[in-house]
Design a protein around this ligand. Structure first.
Ligand SMILES: O=P(O)(O)OC[C@H]1O[C@H](O)[C@H](O)[C@@H](O)[C@@H]1O
Length: 296
C-alpha cells in the first residue's frame, strides 16, 4: 500500500534537552510520537500539535546508567525492587528491571494511511537465576508502538514462558494536580507508602499526599482527567495498575525531579506483577482521547 504523506517514521537525534538521544519520530495525521532507542522508551505523544499527553522531567538524564525520568519507561522483567523469588542469590540489581537503561534495536517499521507502527526489541542474557532457572537462554522482549490519528498503543511482549513482571510506567502530564481524577481504577489497593497494607476504599484517588498504590482489580479501560485532556487508557494482559505521585518530600529527594515537579505529572502504570507461574508476556496500554469531552 502506498504510504500516506501524513504517515511517516523518521530517525531523529535528540528530544527536548536530551539532545544526543537516538530516537524515532512517528507521525499519523496530526498525531506525533517520539520513541527513544535507549530504554525502548516512548517520550512524547501529541495527538495534536503542541499538546503533549506525556511528561518528561526537565532534569531527565540518559547517560551514566540513568533511566529516563518521564515518558513511558518499560519495567521488565521485574517491577520495583527485585523479588527474592526472581533473585534468590540477592545480587545487587536495579529498580524496575534491566531494560530501562539499555539500547534497543529496530525490528520492524510499517507506515500506512491508517497507522504508523514501530517495533523495537532487545535480547537479555543476564537474567537473575530465579528467571534463568526456568528458561536458560537469552530472552527477547519487544515493544510495538502503534500510532493512529486518534490513539497510541504500546504493546510489550516476550514469548518465552518466564517468571516475569512488567509495567508500562506512563507519566501523564497534568495541569492541576488537585483536580486530577482517575475513574475505573477500583477500590482495593496495596499501599506502598504503608508497607503494602491492603486497603479497601470507596473514595476516588486524589493527589494531596504521596501516592504509591498497586490497584489489584482495575477495569480494562480507565478514564484519566489530567486537567488538559480527558483520556481513555485501555489495558490488556495486566493484573494490576500502579498509580504514583511522589508529592512534596519524596519529589524533593529524587535527583532527576525538580522540587515542584510533583505538580506536573501522575503515573498510571499498566502492570503484570504476579509471580505465581511462568508465562509468556503480552501487556499493552492504549491511550486515546475521549473526543466528546475533549477540552480545548
Ligand atoms: O525512581 P524509579 O525507579 O523510576 O521509580 C519510580 C516509582 O515507580 C513506581 O511507580 C513505584 O511504584 C514507585 O515506588 C517508584 O518510586
Amino acid at each position: 500500500m502506498k504510504p500516506s504523506p501524513q504517515s511517516a517514521i523518521n530517525a531523529v537525534t535528540g528530544f527536548a534537552h536530551l539532545t544526543d538521544l537516538p530516537c524515532y519520530e512517528l507521525q499519523c495525521a496530526q498525531a506525533r510520537v517520539i520513541v527513544s532507542l535507549y530504554g525502548g522508551h516512548v517520550l512524547s505523544y501529541q495527538p495534536r500539535p503542541g499538546q503533549d499527553v506525556l511528561w518528561v522531567s526537565p532534569l531527565a538524564r540518559w547517560h551514566d546508567g540513568y533511566p529516563i525520568r518521564g515518558g513511558v519507561p518499560v519495567c521488565w522483567p521485574w517491577f520495583g525492587p527485585v523479588s527474592t523469588v526472581l533473585n534468590p542469590e540477592q545480587q545487587s540489581l536495579p529498580n524496575h528491571g534491566l531494560v530501562r537503561t539499555r539500547m534497543w534495536s529496530v525490528q520492524q517499521q510499517t507506515v500506512t494511511a491508517e497507522f504508523t507502527q514501530l517495533t523495537l526489541s532487545i535480547s537479555v542474557a543476564d537474567l537473575p537465576s530465579g528467571i534463568a532457572n526456568v528458561h536458560s537462554a537469552a530472552a527477547e522482549l519487544s515493544l510495538t508502538v502503534t500510532l493512529t490519528a486518534t490513539d497510541l498503543t504500546m504493546a510489550l511482549s516476550c514469548s518465552s514462558p518466564l517468571l516475569q513482571q512488567a509495567a508500562l510506567h506512563s507519566y501523564f502530564a497534568v495541569t492541576a494536580l488537585e483536580q486530577v481524577h482517575v475513574a475505573g481504577i477500583g477500590q482495593s489497593y496495596l499501599d506502598k507508602v504503608l508497607a503494602n497494607q491492603l486497603i479497601r476504599e470507596s473514595t476516588p484517588v486524589t493527589f494531596s499526599q504521596e501516592i504509591d498504590r498497586v490497584y489489584t482489580a482495575p477495569a480494562p479501560v480507565l478514564h484519566l482527567d489530567t486537567g488538559q485532556h480527558r483520556l481513555a487508557i485501555a489495558q490488556t494482559g495486566f493484573d494490576s495498575t500502579v498509580v504514583w505521585n511522589p508529592f512534596v518530600s519524596r519529589c524533593a529527594a529524587i535527583a532527576d525531579l525538580a522540587d515542584d515537579n510533583y505538580n506536573a505529572f501522575v503515573c498510571v502504570e499498566t502492570a503484570r506483577l504476579q509471580l505465581d507461574h511462568a508465562a509468556p508476556l503480552a501487556l499493552s496500554q492504549k491511550i486515546g482521547q475521549q473526543v466528546s469531552q475533549q477540552k480545548s
